[in-house]
Write a protein that binds this ligand. Structure first.
Ligand SMILES: *Cc1c(COP(=O)(O)O)cnc(C)c1O
Length: 386
């Protein structure tokens, strides 16, 4: 069965009415016949039929035992970290999502959890940091915004030999391109806000657990801490998933063509995109991402200044200037002043986020229009004083 067919037919028909779209069960509680006897649902924090449908669909797409939907991607990340206790350690990819960095270092470090940030684009780099205290190895691949790729299978083998669990934030690759559980991961997290829901109209998060035992632990945290996704947003996320494969394929082919085009523009310096054959880990990306490289491209300008980047990001028509990514409409942002504004300049430069770095989230528009849009915005650089 192809992925497109699998996705569409993982969406259940309503048992009660035959409704082909999953109904929104907008309720807080469920009537019981006698105390303790119900139809499988008792209170909407613990379970809700609309949420259950979404969770089952994502568990199937990722090949996990079960999945759990949270109010945001960060709430999903938080639920996994809550499995740890003081004294435990995490080895995490060094250019981790900024919100996860903030959560780890400003919330969990003071509760006694130690985090080692490591360049995992070379798998063996983690060896020096794994000890018997390491409980989680936390990966993102590709990363944000410099699109580093890590070899999930090799890293999972090293982690498991040392008794650590492997978490992959699969937001950028989406379940269409990459299924980390098949590569050895124990948990997958998603910001459902991005490709999964796909229309820039909600925030959501998902945890997928590989086994029943790990799933029960997340279910406990979900119910105990209460950061669930509401039924209406579950419905919209399911509706987005209907076109996930179509969108991700179109976005990936648009992005590959656009990345190649950007390399031919004289004012552009570096282009970061895992689909380009000169990307450091292109071959790993190709193998573990099903030949789909996603919609995120970053590039720097030869005039490496904030002023030059601002000129470009304020001169596009189709690429809208906004945080976030993964929607049907193209977006762009200037990480130095937006997503990475809270990172000190020296640290930001060391992680490759130069003053002129611009990040694109390529959408499903016609690629010729997108190329022209960037080309005319770059032409505006002639009005920047250097
Ligand atoms: C956006 C994002 C998150 C956080 O998700 P929210 O839904 O914004 O809380 C986590 N990881 C990655 C890779 C993201 O891009």
């Amino acid at each position: 069965m192809s992925k497109a067919t699998q996705i569409l037919h993982s969406i259940p028909v309503d048992q009660l009415t035959g409704s082909i779209s999953v109904p929104v069960y907008q309720t807080s509680t469920f009537v019981q016949e006698v105390p303790g006897l119900n139809k499988g649902f008792d209170y909407a924090r613990s379970n809700n039929p609309t949420r259950m449908a979404l969770e089952d669909i994502i568990a199937q797409l990722e090949g996990g035992h079960s999945a759990y939907a949270f109010a945001t991607g960060l709430a999903a990340i938080d639920a996994i970290v809550k499995l740890l206790k003081a004294g435990d350690e995490i080895v995490a990819v060094d250019d981790i999502y900024g919100g996860a960095y903030r959560l780890f270092t400003q919330v969990y470090e003071k509760l006694g959890i130690k985090i080692h940030f490591v360049d995992t684009s070379d798998a063996t780099n983690i060896i020096d940091f794994i000890t018997e205290r390491t409980k989680l190895v936390w990966l993102e691949s590709p990363t944000n915004p410099t699109l580093k790729i890590s070899d999930i299978e090799t890293i999972a083998n090293i982690a498991h030999v040392n008794g650590a669990l492997v978490v992959v934030d699969n937001t950028f690759a989406s379940p269409v391109a990459q299924n980390p559980i098949a590569l050895g991961a124990d948990f997958v997290v998603h910001s459902g806000t991005k490709y999964i829901a796909g229309h820039s109209d909600l925030v959501a998060g998902i945890v997928v657990a590989k086994t029943k035992e790990l799933g029960e632990k997340i279910k406990f945290i979900q119910n105990a801490t209460g950061g669930i996704l509401g039924p209406w947003d579950c419905f919209l996320t399911i509706r987005g998933i209907e076109t996930l494969e179509l969108r991700y394929e179109r976005i990936s082919s648009n992005a590959l063509e656009l990345a190649q085009f950007l390399k031919s523009i004289p004012q552009i310096d570096q282009v970061y995109y895992p689909g380009l054959i000169d990307h450091k880990n292109h071959n790993i990306a190709k193998k573990q991402q099903n030949n789909l490289f996603g919609g995120i491209i970053s590039f720097t300008l030869k005039v490496d200044t904030v002023e030059a980047a601002v000129k470009v990001v304020t001169s596009t028509h189709y690429f809208k200037l906004a945080e976030s990514l993964g929607g049907a409409k193209s977006l762009l942002c200037h990480p130095a002043q937006m997503t990475h504004a809270s990172v000190p300049r020296e640290k930001r430069l060391r992680s490759g986020v130069q003053d002129s770095l611009i990040r694109l989230s390529v959408g499903i528009e016609n690629v010729e229009d997108l190329k022209q849009d960037i080309e005319q915005a770059i032409a505006q650089l002639k009005f920047v004083n250097v």
